[in-house]
Design a protein around this ligand. Structure first.
Ligand code: NAD
Ligand code: 6OD
Length: 488
């Protein structure tokens, strides 16, 4: 397979930039080089921000909302027309099973443009008639204006989906963007540049600069004074660093960060459904989903049965080549992430965990042997204070512990620095509502997981993030409200 070259996309043109630096793009399934990526530094970021600024003042702002929305529908349609190319690129970059990327990543990546293009056309403006002493009154209304040039810093776990989840609403609201995709997954963001040109999105509206975080494109972009707001998805620690950059010039941030999410499994649940849902929440995308479940609390009467059944289901997962339809579990994103996850497997054992299944590296066939593979792993027996119970591992791993009362289950679920998601498995409707209302998270699922209307709010509390994106809630971040009062 020929090596893929990922260039920056600045002002509608693919360019290697002037830094002269490149780095290898390694396919995580095989550990082999699949391409090279040009690294952007300050000059590339300067050029991209300048292009975004010019487009903001120029062609993008003279278009009507309807024209912009039509173009974004065109972007979605073109992604779907080139579905196979996007699929191949995403699978190469991440090693995830083709079946997963074709059901989630690419369709959702396209849908993000349509949903927000339609949504912004249908948001009513705030309008009041004001009483005045002369009884003539005043008309007071608010305009929503684009915020300006938005920096989009994206992660590697769902590269197209999570990047378009930000680019879609940003562009729909009339902003322009500079995207810094993860250094691990440059390909689908680069392809999106081709799509933007093909459908006629004006140059400069969508820009991409590749590179790393510190001392590289990410840091230069978030520190750039020409950026009006920063939307970030990634680790909490990175979010803290980016907030420090954003403080200069009082630039607003939207932060979607890490999680250490709990599942609460009550004895009155439908056990088949709880096992099926928990399998997905713990192991889908090799556990590399921010909403994934790493802590499972099970009511004591069904604890042993639950552990036995989850073990057997986890042992039924099949690791293999992404193109093999039988593959249900892919690799981790990189050798570095594999080292981190395996380190946590060791830490858990040192902390006294019982290894129910997994805990190490699988034997893979020769063509995959250099890939970032780890076994799906289940632990029990750790105290709530253990690092493996408190820190986000972001791998195919969970810890299962028993609980005795509803009150205890709620306390355990909330006993974390994070607040992203929870899944509640119960057949008791009143309990479902009661418990959901008391867990400090951005989203609580009842008898389901990863199900969400894109028009609803998404985000985390505590160290899982700041702000909400999704639906009309994203408009608060991607637009500036401007109040107009007309004396009649
Ligand atoms: P990461 O924080 O390492 O990197 C995310 C992005 O930030 C990358 O593009 C990276 O290059 C960039 N970056 C790193 N340091 C930077 C700096 N100093 N300045 C500017 N940019 C910088 O995260 P990751 O490893 O790509 O993703 C995994 C993490 O993301 C996990 O913690 C996961 O929970 C979180 N995540 C959260 C959500 C959510 O919606 N809450 C979704 C997906 C992933
Ligand atoms: O469902 C979404 O819109 C969303 N932002 C999912 C995030 C997944 C995190 O890995």
């Amino acid at each position: 397979m020929p090596l893929r070259e990922a260039r920056h996309f600045i002002n509608g043109v693919f360019t290697p930039g002037t830094s002269g630096r490149v780095f290898d793009n390694i396919g995580p399934a095989t550990g082999q080089r699949i391409g090279i990526v040009h690294e952007g530094l300050k000059p590339e970021v300067d050029a991209a921000v300048a292009a975004a600024r010019a487009a903001l003042r120029g062609p993008w702002s003279v278009m009507s909302q309807a024209e912009r929305s039509d173009l974004l529908h065109g972007v979605a349609n073109e992604i779907n027309n080139r579905f196979e190319e996007f699929l191949e690129a995403e699978v190469l970059d991440t090693g995830k099973p083709r079946s997963l990327a074709s059901h989630i990543d690419i369709p959702r990546g396209a849908a993000n443009f349509k949903i927000f293009a339609d949504l912004v056309k249908n948001v009513p403006a705030e309008t009041f008639m004001l009483d005045t002493p002369d009884r003539q009154g005043a008309l007071n209304y608010a305009l929503r204006k684009p915020k300006g040039v938005i920096a989009v810093i994206a992660p590697w776990n769902l590269p197209l989906l999570l990047m378009t989840w930000k680019v879609g609403p940003a562009l729909a609201c009339g902003n322009t963007v500079v995207v810094k995709p993860s250094e691990e997954t440059p390909l689908t963001t680069t392809l999106l540049g081709e799509v933007m040109n093909a459908v006629g999105v004006p140059p400069g509206v969508f820009n991409v600069v590749h590179g790393f975080g510190p001392d590289s494109a990410g840091a230069f972009l978030t520190a750039h004074p020409g950026v009006n707001a920063i939307t970030f998805t990634g680790e909490t620690r990175t979010g803290e660093i980016i907030m420090q950059s954003a403080a200069v010039g009082l630039r607003q941030v939207s932060m979607e960060c890490g999680g250490k999410n709990a599942a609460l499994v009550f004895a009155d649940c439908d056990l088949d459904k709880a096992i099926e849902g928990t399998m997905r929440s713990a192991f889908a995308n090799c556990g590399q989903v921010c909403l994934g479940t790493e802590r499972i609390y099970v009511e004591r009467p069904i604890f042993e049965r639950f552990v036995t059944r989850l073990k057997s289901a986890a042992e039924g997962l099949r690791m293999g080549a992404p193109d093999d339809p039988a593959t249900s579990l892919g690799p981790l994103i990189s050798a570095e992430h594999k080292r981190k996850v395996l380190a946590y497997y060791r830490i858990a054992v040192e902390e006294g965990a019982t290894v129910v299944t997994g805990g190490g590296e699988p034997a893979m066939p020769p063509e995959l042997a250099q890939g970032a593979w780890v076994e799906p792993t289940i632990f029990t027996g750790l105290p709530q204070t253990a690092r493996a119970v408190r820190e986000e591992i972001f791998g195919p791993v969970c810890h299962i512990a028993p609980f005795d009362t509803e009150e205890e289950a709620i306390r355990l679920a909330n006993d974390t620095d994070y607040g992203l998601a929870t899944a509640i498995w119960t057949g008791d409707l009143s309990r479902a509502h009661r418990v959901a209302s008391r867990i400090d998270v951005g989203i609580a699922w009842v008898n389901s997981w990863f199900l969400r209307d894109l028009r609803t709010a998404f985000g985390g509390s505590k160290q899982s993030g700041i702000g909400r994106e999704g639906g009309v809630h994203g408009l608060e971040f991607y637009t500036e409200l401007s109040n107009v009062c007309v004396k009649l």
